[in-house]
Design a protein around this ligand. Structure first.
Ligand code: CUA
Length: 334
């Protein structure tokens, strides 16, 4: 009971962060500024419900035993007269706990909805079935890297269906809704690597729509971003491989010749490609470019239309398309 009381006092004094409290070991690592608060609210509700559940069960069993038929017989007896004291007690005491649940939950919700103005913004695009994280300088990655001890705001968008971003270690979860932006924020407290999931069923590969969240020391973050962003210094096919990963091509296209959700990039360059309408086309630079920017115009045989998101014309610069072409070329022809 003492740790519970200590946590209660900590929450009252400082609503935005409570010390870690997980006596039953139910939670993933506690890695953001308000993870402790949400854990504490959970346990407050859990313990309260457990005590009430035990009380109700014990009373039920006791009454069933105390007033069993062999004892009271089959002739109905008058019920005891109502007790005002008892009614007040069982109304007022639960009210106190319910108001406390609302209050702690609301304080935490308020903190989560009030995004600090100084927060570092990263744009999160959730598309069937991969994540793209875009940093303020335009750098894109399929995995999220954030600085520790800095307020980070994620701006969420989706070009296709409803997704939902969930980072258990940060205790944050929010829907990614097509046609509008949503925001969530957190402040990671320690360096480490944590999972990020899509937690809204979004089709065939929903279960594989996950990513890594790396928290690095604040002092190293800016240098890391500058280094990672400088793809121009790389050989074009290497920059192409990075684009392939960062922009989500990897979710549907393999490089080794095997079919997946979309046609493979491996061993294709220079070949004659069969199209869905029965014609063939030479798999060259122009075909690759056209297929990236307007994927439904020359649909590959064996693949359904509209499977590929059509937003790559906006998402990929000319340079990135060139890098992808260099990557596909480097994977050779059969
Ligand atoms: Cu995206 Cu499930």
């Amino acid at each position: 009971m003492m740790p519970l009381l200590a946590s209660a006092l900590a929450v009252l004094q400082q609503p935005q962060s409570a010390p870690p409290y997980d006596p039953l070991g139910m939670f993933p690592p506690n890695a953001s500024h308000n993870a402790g608060t949400s854990d504490w609210v959970f346990y407050f509700i859990f313990w309260t419900c457990l005590v009430v559940l035990i009380g109700v069960c014990v009373a039920t069993l006791w009454f069933a035993f105390r007033y069993r038929r062999s004892k009271v017989g089959l002739i109905p007896q008058d019920s005891p007269h109502h007790s005002t004291t008892l009614e007040i007690v069982w109304s007022v005491v639960p009210t106190f706990f319910l108001v406390a649940m609302f209050w702690y939950g609301f304080k935490d919700y308020e903190d989560r909805r009030e995004i600090p103005n100084d927060a570092y913004e990263i744009h999160v695009n959730a598309a069937k079935w991969s994540w793209t994280f875009t940093y303020p300088n335009g750098y894109q990655s399929q995995h999220l890297t954030v600085p520790a001890d800095r307020n980070v705001r994620l701006r969420l968008s989706s070009p296709d269906v409803l997704h939902s971003v969930f980072i258990p270690a940060f205790r944050v979860k929010l829907d990614v809704v097509p046609g509008r932006y949503n925001w969530l924020w957190f402040r990671a407290i320690e360096p480490g690597v944590f999972p990020l999931y899509c937690t809204e069923y979004c089709g065939q590969q929903h279960s594989q729509m996950d990513a890594r969240v790396t928290v690095m020391p604040d002092a190293e973050f800016d240098a890391w971003l500058a280094k990672e962003s400088d793809w121009g210094a790389l050989p074009p096919e290497v920059a192409g491989l990075k684009t392939y990963g960062a922009n989500g091509c990897v979710a549907c296209h393999t490089l080794d010749g095997s079919a997946a959700t979309g046609p493979t990039f491996g061993g294709m360059f220079g070949t004659q490609k069969q199209l869905a309408d029965g014609s063939t086309v030479t798999y060259d630079e122009n075909y690759i470019r056209e297929s990236i920017l307007t994927p439904n115009v020359k649909l590959a045989a064996g693949f359904a239309p509209n499977l590929m998101p059509s937003n790559f014309a906006q998402a990929l610069s000319d340079q990135k398309v060139d890098w992808l072409i260099a990557l596909i070329k480097s994977k050779g022809a059969q």
